[in-house]
Design a protein around this ligand. Sequence first.
Ligand SMILES: NC(=O)CC[C@H](N)C(=O)O
Length: 195
Amino acid sequence: MSTVKVGVLGLQGAVREHIRALEASGAEAVVVKNTEQLVDVDGLIIPGGESTTIRRLIDKYEFMESLREFAASGKPMFGTCAGLILLAKSIEGYKEPHIGVMDIQVERNSFGRQKESFEANIDIVGIADQFPAVFIRAPHIVSAGENVEILAKHNGRIVVAREGQFLGCSFHPELTNDTRFTDYFINMVKIARVY
Ligand SMILES: NC(=O)CC[C@H](N)C(=O)O
């Protein structure tokens, strides 16, 4: 199977780190800075960073319609940390979601009583045992619709989920050298492209 091309939304956040991780996993990686580039990629990662800042830049550069069209096209999307918040259909304390395509409700900064950032080894169904997950002011998934598969929890809170083409996690897989999470998403993109 030929290489897949995966975009990383390049408005703010851990963009370079995802590019490096994708390349380490053998995919072609593109920093997406304008809407035309979306047409050209087989899958898209929305990185971690600051969800409110990314949202402001999505509006400023008029990305929202194209992102929703991308989702409607069925191509895989992977949101990490702030990216998970951007994909969610519901955000606790907010009237409106951002992109709002994945059937989950999230709460921001929800590991607040622990250190601001921490690492934990977690088992993720179908992806990895003992994955070194780096949490940085991380959100968690409060509830999920019936078509959402819960793939991992940490301290009883949902931190990884998948709904068909949408994959989301609370932490930063791109900040470790463990390629298993990125490999899994690349595989989703390969399968989506074949069928
Ligand atoms: N590391 C992250 O992406 C943090 C997410 C950030 N706390 C937010 O709410 O957007």
